[in-house]
Ligand binder design. Structure first.
Ligand code: FE2
Length: 291
């Protein structure tokens, strides 16, 4: 299957912004009653009580049902470090296959020492996308772009005139994603973002997160032209050397995300929670002095 960029193909996109983690979940579809993809879903998790909740995911379920959509894909742009995926819950409620970039194997490997993994983890996702793989969401044609840098496995999903960029860029006034997680690389992120910004200027870009500066409402949609002109880290004219220097200096000042340890052990396993132990309780593991 060959991918044709077709900017008359404008999918309908419903965004769900999770205030707790700044994550945006998207439902992408052509029209009511059609197939849809759900990108980067959130299972609510309260680290203080250890409680999970499907309140955020249920908003997505309600929307999909209200529009008579058939969920065919539950996509992850990468193994998130800031929230747990709700893909297994959505799959039980709505159906659909989970998908992530094939390089997730590198991320699973990187965390294997810290989180001893159940056998077969490499098969925990229903589908592993190869770079530039073309796939269908009903009549919508989609392409999985490999955009490493934040992690080795990051994908962006190009669907009609829209691209879901994952953790590559943020809104222009916030910049770009950090590159200091295992396997991250600022020079690689620079090249990935440059590739996205070579898309036609009117291409709609949808962020995976927004962390708005004080006084600005959360936003998540921007064009290639606006990013090229205004992105504070990587607008046109910023060289790779300048970007790597800035990114490396900035990453050295950042704390670990609050949910990285709970999130990673669940998300590298396609969002599956650990099995219950003999007492019927599931446990997440917190490795001490390993990260
Ligand atoms: Fe991320």
């Amino acid at each position: 299957m060959i991918f044709y960029y077709n900017d008359r193909m404008k999918p309908l996109i419903q965004a769900f912004h999770d205030k707790n983690t700044g994550t945006v979940t998207y439902v992408v579809y052509q029209n009511d009653g059609a197939d849809c993809a759900i990108i980067d879903s959130v299972l609510d998790y309260d680290p203080k009580s250890g409680r999970t909740s499907t309140a955020s995911a249920d908003l997505v379920v309600d929307f999909v049902r209200a529009h008579r959509l058939k969920a065919v894909w539950l996509l992850e742009t990468h193994a998130h470090a800031d929230h747990l995926s709700a893909a297994p819950y959505l799959s039980r409620q709505l159906g659909g296959r989970t998908g992530i970039g094939a390089q997730i194997a590198v991320v699973q490997q990187a965390f294997a020492r810290m989180f001893p993994q159940r056998p077969g983890i490499e098969r925990s996702f229903d589908h592993l996308f190869q770079p530039d793989e073309v796939f269908a969401i009903g009549a919508l044609q989609a392409r999985a772009l490999h955009v490493p840098g934040h992690t080795p496995a990051d994908m962006a999903y190009q669907i009609g005139d829209a691209v879901f960029v994952g953790d590559t860029m943020f809104m222009p006034d916030v910049g770009t994603a950090r590159c200091d997680f295992p396997g991250g690389c600022a020079a690689t992120l620079y090249r990935s973002v440059r590739r996205l910004l070579e898309l036609p200027p009117q291409t709609r870009l949808f962020m995976c997160h927004d962390y708005p500066p004080a006084g600005r409402e959360a936003r998540w949609e921007v064009t290639v032209a606006e990013q090229s002109e205004n992105n504070i880290h990587i607008r046109a004219g910023v060289t790779e050397e300048q970007f790597v220097e800035m990114r490396t200096r900035r990453d050295a000042t950042l704390d670990m995300p609050v949910l990285i340890l709970p999130a990673i052990q669940v998300n590298i396993n396609a969002g599956q929670l650990p099995e219950a132990e003999e007492n019927g309780v599931r446990y997440l593991k917190i490795p001490l002095n390993a990260f």
